[in-house]
Design a protein around this ligand. Structure first.
Ligand code: FE2
Length: 197
């Protein structure tokens, strides 16, 4: 496949997948994972503006937003040392590693309702994929695994992730705050921050 058609192929296949049956998390995760595996098997297709890092903030460049909000695709670009807060998604997600290294630590609630780390930190390298969802475990911290290089992962979500109201957490506490991530490449006005009337 030509490099310039990989993204188009992925979006077409995802559109067929969401149209082929009910918006069932298990069905979509099963169908989306091989598509993501294929997309991140080659690092030759991401346009340079979508691979641009920011000196201070990790970037979430919207690559594609399904017009019916059934899925969205984002390039996460990590500058050296950048990391997310502890957060959730509230929809299923598939993460594919394209370039560099990403480290992810899952969190859960303990018996007192506090947010605590769960299991060992996972390391993703190019070609690896990971999943999140309210069913499988939805709370984590993600960071660049490299101190001296940009890392890039491709994130697919079962909704318009930049517009979804979700949560950040303070580890060791029950504190929960609402947040909406938006997109780093937001136009003004951001087309994909709108919903159909
Ligand atoms: Fe996340």
């Amino acid at each position: 496949m030509a490099a310039e058609t990989r993204l188009l192929h992925f979006v077409a296949a995802m559109t067929r997948l969401v149209e082929a049956g009910p918006p069932d998390e298990a069905r979509l995760l099963e169908g989306a994972q091989p598509l993501m595996k294929a997309l991140v098997a080659h690092d030759d297709w991401l346009p340079e503006p979508m691979a641009a890092a920011h000196p201070q903030y990790y970037q979430q460049h919207l690559l594609y937003g399904d017009p019916l909000d059934r899925f969205s695709l984002v390039s996460f670009v990590w500058g050296p040392g950048q990391k997310t807060p502890v957060h959730d998604h509230t929809v299923w997600g598939v993460i594919g590693m394209l370039r560099g290294t990403e480290c992810a630590q899952r969190y859960t609630r303990d018996a007192q309702g506090r947010i605590v780390a769960s299991g060992a930190e996972a390391t993703l390298r190019p070609g690896d994929i990971d999943t999140v969802s309210p069913t499988l475990g939805d709370i984590h911290v993600v960071r660049n695994g490299l101190d001296d290089q940009v890392s890039i992962s491709i994130h697919l979500y079962g909704g318009n992730i930049g517009r979804i109201s979700r949560h950040v957490f303070v580890p060791g506490t029950e504190t929960v705050k609402d947040f909406v991530s938006g997109y780093s490449n937001a136009l003004s006005p951001n087309l994909w921050a709108r919903r159909l009337p």
